[in-house]
Ligand binder design. Structure first.
Ligand code: FAD
Length: 382
């Protein structure tokens, strides 16, 4: 059976999220952008209505949901504000690392993540290691019952709001093997420098430096050094689908607003919607949104049904973010000079969607993954 309907529960959650996002998330986005942070009360409200802890087991206070439901939640938040969607996205992504920790560390962090009291961020990217994470230089040296961390992570979201970071490091620099650690951000030796990013400014991006940061062995994620990282990264395939859905949500919102505008804006004695130069653009955009969203939901269905989906995740990540950029750009142009004003949402959406094109792997890296899945690992260029 092929069934494209969402369940009653999924539709109910979607309506609840839309309602919440319209009332609580959308109105403050501009202020949050200016403040470069998300107020703790808002994070708490999101947790209280069940938007956090979506892959945290119930025994740690979470409320696990299937991937399709998480996709619906993230998509609907992104329609109104990128930062709220990213908050859920990072909570979900980092929980899949924290779950690898010892029971003691899990007890310490997972319930607080689910309650929205503690934010865990991810510090992976370095100056010399972006797309090529295997070349990272951050070191974790074993010293008795501790590890000593040294290095710099040069692009971390929520750097100023994170209570702990999943830090990717190497215990042996001659190897490409990576070991994740959970590092509380209040430890001595950690400093943060501001990054002036062009979009989604409320996620307070920063450069995090670690100088002789001493962490107890219990904060190693996984049973032993290097174990679990590859598996966790595979679990990360799903993040790419969420980013794709976030981009499609902004494209769809722009399209709906633009359809309404073209019906009432009159030039040359007719509504803009009557000109095929305009209506064909809208028709193309609607086609692309429909195509993109359904491949996203099919990929989430694959995840929920235990089917490998690295290729499909990579496909939607590059395709949807690029198409969304083009659609929002067209919508801006159709609004003429009004569209160029900061009073309308197109500028912020364009800037936010570019972040989605780069974060978690660029289009070129996605195409390498698709080619690897189609042709075999032996045909990778490296
Ligand atoms: C909004 C946003 C949020 C982010 N959040 C985080 C975060 O929270 N934590 C974190 O650790 N990082 C984060 N990042 C960093 C992000 O993961 C990296 O920017 C990304 O992986 C690309 O790395 P890079 O910027 O160093 O680019 P590079 O790897 O230097 O790539 C530069 C260009 O070269 C191309 N390229 C590279 N290799 C190849 C190849 N083999 N073939 C063809 N082309 C290639 C790329 O596609 C790109 O266009 C974030 C980035 C953004 C924009």
């Amino acid at each position: 059976m092929l069934d494209f309907t969402f369940t009653e529960e999924q539709s109910m959650i979607r309506n609840m999220v839309r309602d919440f996002a319209q009332k609580e998330i959308a109105p403050g986005y501009k202020d949050r952008i200016k403040a470069e942070s998300i107020p703790q009360e808002l994070i708490k409200k999101m947790a209280d209505i069940g938007l956090l802890g979506l892959n945290i087991p119930e025994k740690y206070g979470g409320q696990p949901k299937d991937a399709i439901t998480v996709g619906l939640i993230i998509e609907d938040l992104a329609r109104y504000a990128e930062d709220a969607a990213l908050l859920v996205f990072y909570n979900y992504g980092q929980a899949s690392f924290v779950i690898l920790a010892s029971d003691e560390v899990k007890e310490e962090w997972l319930p607080a993540m689910a309650r929205g009291e503690k934010m865990v961020i991810i510090a992976a990217t370095e100056a010399e290691a972006g797309s090529d994470l295997g070349s990272l230089r951050m070191t974790a040296r074993k010293a008795g019952d501790y590890y000593i961390l040294n290095g710099e992570k040069n692009r971390t979201s929520f750097a100023y709001q994170g209570h702990a970071a999943v830090v990717l490091a190497k215990t042996d620099l001659t190897s490409r093997r990576i070991t994740p650690f959970l590092v509380p951000m209040d430890l001595p030796g950690i400093t943060i420098a501001h990054i002036d990013d062009m979009g989604v400014e409320s996620t307070s991006a920063g450069i995090i430096s670690f100088e002789d940061v001493k962490i107890p062995e219990k904060y190693l994620l996984g049973d032993e050094e290097g174990k679990g990282f590859v598996e966790t990264m595979r679990a990360f395939d799903i993040n790419r689908v969420f980013l794709a859905l976030m981009a499609m949500a902004k494209a769809e919102a722009s399209l709906e607003e633009t359809c309404a505008y073209t019906k009432q804006r009159v030039q040359f004695g007719k509504p803009l919607a009557k000109f095929e130069g305009i209506s064909f653009k809208l028709a193309e955009a609607a086609t692309n949104v429909e195509l993109g969203r359904w491949l996203c939901y099919r990929t989430l269905w694959m995840k929920d049904n235990g089917v490998r989906h690295s290729k499909e995740s990579a496909m939607v990540k590059w395709w949807c973010t690029r198409k969304a950029f083009n659609i929002i750009h067209d919508c801006l142009l159709i609004h003429g000079h009004y569209g160029y004003s900061k009073d309308l949402p197109f500028e912020q959406r364009l800037k936010d969607v570019i972040g989605g094109e780069i974060g978690d792997g660029t289009a070129e890296i996605m195409k390498l993954i698709i080619a690897r899945e189609m042709l075999g690992r032996e045909f990778l260029p490296y």
